[in-house]
Design a protein. Sequence first.
Length: 273
Amino acid sequence: MSECNNNCASCGENCDARTAPQSFLKEHHPDAVVRRVYGVVSGKGGVGKSMVTSQLAVLLHRHGYAVGILDADVTGPSIPQAFGIHEQAVGTEHALLPCMSEGGVQVMSINVLLSDETDPVIWRGPVIGGVVQQFWTDVIWDVDFLLVDMPPGTGDVALNVFQQIPLDGIIIVTSPQELVSMVVEKAVKMAERMEVPIVGLVENMSYVACPDCGKKIYLFGEGKTEEAAKRHDLPVLAQMPIDPALAKLVDEGRIENLQSDALEGVVDVLVSR
Ligand code: ADP
């Protein structure tokens, strides 16, 4: 055997000094109870990742589950707004308590820690990674389902979150105007590399329903997400229309008054896993 150069990537597989791949996964707070963790990812910002996360939380909560949202989208945090949460989180020296929405969804986000929620977050990746890690390690969650609104994209910041939080699966949100095929491919590769199962895809902004006759108008073309999903043997869990009523609910902080059941199929899948 050649002399050990401490580089396990280049040495023989039978080397005695070989070390196991290092895990960066962190434990949650010792007083926290978290039964299942799902990440919601997207190829870029603005496709409705937070919208999907919020709706899933509302629907799961209606099914009787304790639900939390860890808002890891630190530079574009929109979860507190959707749930009408504007107060600051309280904490002790050793832990933070999540904020509670009116309906009872637990939320932790950078926006409930900033003294002014309109302050921009202009930190670099490693600092953001540290904050998200603390949302996992320092918050006393008490949930059946923790949904992680992941940083957009498949770059460093998202990868950090994958490495730190033990995800039971991810849901990929796409919109048909994105380069769906490439986005899905990147997300699939990232999930495979991190050994996280993909629950399936949600296509947002799929169509507009005509207010008069209900006919679905596919503004950006039809079938792109299905095609990409088929290529990777993944299910399309739901298609969600562009609906001004949804945007209004978010803007008014009333997502818990949601009427749509477009994501019920996703909830069924999450609950039955
Ligand atoms: P992301 O988390 O991917 O950055 P958001 O969920 O914040 O995206 O959505 C971006 C904007 O689009 C928000 O104002 C949101 O309310 C709106 N939006 C998202 N999905 C829909 C939809 N299906 N219908 C109408 N508005 C939507």
